[in-house]
Ligand binder design. Structure first.
Ligand SMILES: [Zn+2]
Length: 319
């Protein structure tokens, strides 16, 4: 009887799945948790789940300097280019190193989000997932850290604002680590609302005091499980997001809060990632024709990471 209401926004096309072989070429050394196998594990699990029948695979382009310059200082981009080794690795901090494949991977990772924005806002895809590395949410406007070089989700959000002239975009971050880079880039920007949960106190030891009124930061104590996470989402994220009425929703989708991931000490499981994705999909349907661009951040226990991405993508793709 009310199908016309449900169909007020008609979904067309399939979820875009953006990646690139260059994203496998960034290598920070044997035993580093942010390893190329993360992406192959995700692909394997998506194949086993037969989810590629519901995904439109898109090759990520390289980001341009102009697109990077919306969130990163030109001097920082020059600095990274000057550090890139032709052989071996160059260490930028104790956790973060460049290999010869790093910049090509980082350019594809940021370019994937830009392309995803274009596809979703152009109506070619209802939503998109960027299966990319290196991750981005710790990268600040002029500083690499925590396995991150370019802030991929920030580059995408800035593209939606500058190129597509959106007035309000929201960024949701459920990685176990606080997205300090995204916060630093968009603090006090009224066009951007960022909502996040993260283990605290924990690396990068930020987030407990929000840097601006557009930041909705919800620290979670070590040992918190899905019930605490869901309560935080319902009490803090959803009211803030509904009041903001975003025209597009970005997700910094880190899966290292999974209980099997010993990078952190939170206890989320696949059902929690499925639940939060459903909440976000419903929110996006209410405010922005379902437009979601989700970007891989952390997630280091390969099996848990891949199973969590499947749970996330089952909802986004409506498989
Ligand atoms: Zn993380």
């Amino acid at each position: 009887m009310f199908t016309w209401l449900r169909n007020r926004w008609q979904r067309t096309g399939m979820t875009a799945y953006l990646s690139h072989p260059d994203c496998l070429k960034h290598n920070m050394g044997v035993g580093h948790p942010e390893c190329p196998e993360r992406l192959t594990a995700i692909r394997d699990q998506l194949m086993a789940a037969q989810l590629f029948d519901f995904l439109d695979e898109v090759e990520a382009p390289e980001v341009t300097r102009e697109q990077l310059a919306r969130v990163h200082s030109p001097g920082y981009v020059d600095y990274l280019e000057s550090c890139a080794p032709s052989v071996g690795t160059f260490r930028l901090d104790p956790d973060t190193a460049m290999s010869p494949g790093t910049l090509p991977a980082a350019r594809r990772a940021a370019g994937a989000v830009v392309r995803a924005v274009d596809l979703v806002l152009g109506g070619a895809a209802p939503n998109a997932f960027c299966a990319v590395r290196p991750p981005g949410h710790h990268a600040e406007s002029a500083r690499s850290m925590g396995f991150c070089f370019f802030n991929n989700v920030a580059v995408g959000a800035a593209h939606a604002l500058a190129q597509h002239r959106l007035e309000r975009v929201a960024i949701v971050d459920f990685d176990v680590h606080h997205g300090n880079g995204t916060e630093e880039i968009f603090k006090d920007d009224p066009r951007v609302l960022m909502v996040s949960t993260f283990q605290h106190p924990f690396y990068p030891y930020s987030g407990d005091t929000p840097l601006g009124p557009n930041m909705c930061n919800v620290p979670l104590k070590a040992g918190s499980k899905g019930d605490a996470f869901r309560a935080a989402v319902e009490a803090h994220w959803l009211p803030a997001l509904d009041a903001f009425r975003p025209q597009m929703l970005f997700v910094s989708a880190g899966f290292d809060a999974h209980r099997e991931d010993d990078m952190g000490s939170l206890g989320l499981v696949e059902a929690d990632y499925e639940w939060v994705t459903r909440q976000l999909a419903a929110l996006a349907a209410r405010h922005c024709q379902g437009r979601i661009v989700s970007v891989l951040e952390g997630g280091y226990e390969l099996s848990a990471l891949a199973r969590s991405v499947v749970a996330h993508l089952r909802v986004l793709s409506e498989a």
